[in-house]
Write a protein that binds this ligand. Structure first.
Ligand code: TIU
Length: 221
């Protein structure tokens, strides 16, 4: 067993059952002109975590551990896009409309791709998901069970939307989850802080939190 120094207390794991899930590090959320910007967000702050997510990925790659990348996106015919999601808000550009990086949040378009610095390597799993949580209408649970994973490190964007939703879904399914605090971010700094606090409160009601250095130290120990 190994141990990551974490809040609210150390995270013990068997390296054989540890995997990394990087949530939605897509151009649509991180670059101007994408889905995140269409919602009225200042997307400039999210790019700052890219080098840290890269360090986390490299650490998991060096240790030969399972890596899963998710992408929030929809089929070009929008058949997996609920009307409630399509119609939400008052954006000028909606999911499926054409923006500077192609159709917003549509599989195969430039905006739906993971940012080049974090591009998945051969052998890593890339999971497209139509919802905020990565378990909704995907085979993620089957993948995790098939790979006999029990401990999950989560990173990516945004902390309070897709990362937290996925972490809660995983926690309810019996996985032990830890969020990498400096490898996730939100358009709203206060929401990131609050999310990490609510995840780790009450004895880790949803899971654990630790900075990337602590995770890498444990992997290298
Ligand atoms: N809007 C927002 O903060 N996030 C999303 O819509 N998706 C993800 O978090 N990936």
């Amino acid at each position: 067993m190994k141990q990551i120094q974490a809040a609210p207390y150390p995270f013990d794991f068997d390296p054989a059952t540890l995997g990394l899930i990087v949530i939605d590090m897509q151009r649509d959320f991180i670059e101007p002109g994408g889905f995140g910007a269409s919602l009225g967000n200042d997307v400039s702050r999210l790019g700052a975590i890219v080098p840290i997510v890269q360090q986390l990925l490299e650490g998991f790659r060096r240790s030969g551990l399972t890596i899963i990348h998710t992408r929030e996106c929809h089929r070009p015919d929008l058949s997996d896009l609920p009307l409630s999601k399509q119609n939400r808000g008052a954006a000028d550009l909606r999911i499926g409309d054409v923006g500077p990086m192609g159709r917003l949040l549509i599989a195969g378009e430039q905006g739906a791709e993971i940012v080049p610095a974090l591009a998945p390597k051969s052998g890593e799993i890339v999971l497209d998901k139509p919802g905020k949580g990565a378990f909704c209408r995907t085979n993620l649970e089957e993948i995790l069970l098939d790979k006999k994973l029990q401990h999950l490190v989560l990173a990516g964007v945004t902390t309070e939307v897709c990362v937290q939703t996925t972490m809660r879904e995983a926690n309810d399914r019996g996985f032990d989850c830890l969020v990498a605090t400096d490898a996730t971010d939100s358009y709203f700094p206060a929401f990131k802080t609050a999310t990490i606090e609510m995840i780790t409160a009450q004895g880790g009601i949803v899971g654990w939190a630790a900075p990337t250095n602590n995770i890498l130290e444990a992997l290298n120990a």
